[in-house]
Design a protein around this ligand. Structure first.
Ligand code: ISL
Length: 588
């Protein structure tokens, strides 16, 4: 988002003019050729020897980020927090949690990033606060508190919860406050009460806090579950589900009636007219392509881009995240292609395979068997970074970190799994079956410490870390890869550099190649910007394939391959790809 480009409303009036006038075509926003790197601070690097990552640990590794070449860091929450959900439960938006350091450390981090030309995007968690935030403490103090209406308080219904909504973290979304006899709403943990965005005082308080951070020099916000801010009036019951006390009520709080109004207001109150180059990304679970276009069309001045969830939801039931089922062959590809096309004219995609809530990219979308690990880590990267949108790299993804070999239920720390297992046990459910899905999908997979080297605790800490280090750190670590030709790290570095040097990768249109449809394992697509054309061909499987890409790619130059000895120029005939091999070719 810049005040010159995306905040200006188009003055064109005719249909033809409007169709050709998306801001990034007229004047591309700066982030169209950017790559964002996400840091989950507890798991990045521990400098003070308490087994948990901290701001000083990040400062110590800034050169790693500069070497990789990323443009923006998204920092998961470092604010003061009781840590019920690892910092996504904030008790003071304008202070640093002592676990992570001090405000002086934060300022040093910000300067260190800016000195290296890297912007900083903060995590904005304003659907809810911690129950220990002074706003909530005041709100819960009495039914007549001036802040009572800052949260959702409701009387019991027939002596029970006010509706049948189920929490993301198991059980009801309602918690009874004994002292006042009313329930409060929490879509997430009981320690994460939802703010009432209908109340203009709440909105103004949040905007003031955002301005405060921008005044400090941060460059934007990643907005946690931002499409949950507007709930359906009256908070009605969701359609009941046989055998379930509390149900998924998504349709009643996601992308609700006032969502666009709130985001447009936020933009006006926080960003409009402010000099500088900012970035906003909304985390929007369940968002459709149509809504995503509305959220991210620059002419509407709401958000720059959104995280959509379709491709990371294909291996689970909407009603039960841990009921794992492998996606149908080709389903992930079909989904991402659909998003490429749907946001091709207006709007902008965020591109991601993983983050702190998702399993590791190579384990989920590649193949972490030792024989295929390296090439598949590179190939999943190429598939994503070849697309139109802003790619996100989650810490450790750039070295191909894998899921952790969790054994029993006791190995998990995430509140989501802890609550899930507790509720499963209370129902007498089968824990071993549940663990099959939990091992694959648990958020803890992403949260094991970053593997810096092969030394004690993988160079993450001098003591035993809060979550164990993956045993494969003995060979899978940054020290073994940085500067090593052919490594996963060097592959990511090349992809990031290509996005800068080839405008077609940033701005070119997307088109799937026809033969791609014949084999679910094959990803074959093109990008086009004027005379400049890129071809991505990838084999997401162990069996070799030959991909027919048509005659007009003969003579194209190889710009990046997952294998080491590939002819530099493409000849006639189908492109032969070994198991998990991928290549990127360029014309012009
Ligand atoms: O992992 C999920 C729970 O099943 C996701 O649905 C996740 O809760 C959802 O993506 C929202 O995530 C964000 O908000 C949560 C927090 O726990 C996540 O870490 C955060 O990314 C509540 O703040």
């Amino acid at each position: 988002m810049t005040t010159e480009t995306s905040t200006t409303t188009s003055t064109t009036t005719t249909t033809e003019q409007t169709a050709a006038s998306t801001a990034y075509q007229m004047e591309p926003a700066w982030w169209t050729n950017s790559v964002v790197y996400q840091i989950y601070p507890r798991s990045f690097a521990d400098a003070n020897g308490d087994g948990m990552g901290d701001l000083r640990g990040i400062i110590n590794h800034l050169d790693h980020l500069a070497e990789l070449g990323v443009d923006v860091v998204w920092l998961s929450p470092i604010y003061r927090s009781p840590q019920a959900d690892n910092g996504y439960d904030i008790s003071d938006y304008q202070d640093i949690d002592p676990l992570f350091g001090t405000m002086a450390d934060f300022e040093e981090l910000l300067t260190g990033l800016h000195d290296r030309g890297i912007k900083l995007m903060m995590d904005l968690v304003v659907n809810h606060t911690s129950d220990e935030h002074p706003w909530f403490v005041e709100s819960r103090s009495s039914t007549t508190s001036p802040k009572r209406d800052w949260y959702y308080w409701r009387d019991p219904r027939d002596g029970r919860e006010p509706n049948n909504w189920g929490s993301f973290f198991s059980g009801s979304t309602w918690q009874l406050d004994e002292a006042t006899g009313q329930y409060y709403l929490h879509l997430f943990d009981v320690k994460q009460p939802d703010l009432n965005w209908e109340n203009p005082e709440v909105r103004e308080a949040v905007y003031a806090m955002m301005r405060w951070w921008l005044d400090k020099g941060v460059d934007g916000f990643r907005m946690d579950v931002i499409n949950f801010l507007s709930k359906v009036d009256g908070l009605p019951d969701a359609p009941p589900v046989e055998g379930r006390e509390f149900v998924n009520a998504f349709a009643l709080y996601a992308d609700g009636p006032r969502m666009h109004e709130f985001l447009a207001e936020m933009h006006r109150e926080v960003f409009a007219g402010r000099p500088g180059q900012f970035i906003t990304v909304g985390e929007t679970p369940g968002v459709t392509t149509q809504e995503a276009v509305l959220y991210t069309d620059p002419r509407r001045a709401e958000l720059d881009m959104v995280f959509q969830f379709e491709h990371v939801g294909l291996d689970q039931l909407p009603t039960d995240k841990f009921a794992y089922a492998a996606p149908a062959p080709g389903a992930v590809k079909a989904s991402l292609y659909r998003w490429q096309t749907a946001l091709g004219q207006a709007g902008w995609n965020s591109l991601y395979w993983d983050n702190h809530d998702q399993p590791r990219a190579v384990s989920r979308f590649g193949d972490d068997d030792p024989q295929w690990w390296e090439t598949s880590a590179k190939t999943v990267a190429t598939i994503l970074h070849g697309m139109r949108g802003t790619p996100y790299v989650y810490q450790g993804e750039e070295i191909g970190m894998t899921n952790y070999p969790f054994a029993t239920g006791a190995d998990f720390q995430d509140v989501e799994v802890v609550n899930y297992l507790a509720s499963l046990r209370a129902r007498g459910g089968d824990e071993e079956t549940a663990l099959t899905g939990i091992r694959k999908i648990s958020r803890d997979n992403a949260r094991t410490p970053v593997q810096w080297d092969s030394g004690p605790y993988a160079g993450f800490s001098s003591v035993s870390p809060w979550l164990p280090v993956n045993p494969n750190a003995s060979w899978l670590n940054a020290a073994a890869q940085v500067g090593e030709s052919g490594s996963v790290f060097e592959h990511y570095k090349s992809l990031i550099a290509l996005r800068k040097s080839l405008p077609v990768l940033a701005l070119g249109s997307f088109e799937a190649i026809e033969s791609d449809a014949a084999n679910p394992a094959v990803w074959a697509y093109t990008r086009t910007l004027g005379e400049s054309r890129v071809l991505v061909v990838a084999n997401a499987g162990r069996e070799p394939v030959a991909v027919d890409v048509g005659e007009d790619w003969v003579g194209a130059r190889l710009v990046l391959g997952s294998g080491l000895d590939v002819e530099p120029v493409l000849g006639a005939g189908p492109v032969p790809l070994a198991g998990w091999e991928s290549r990127m070719y360029l014309i012009k």
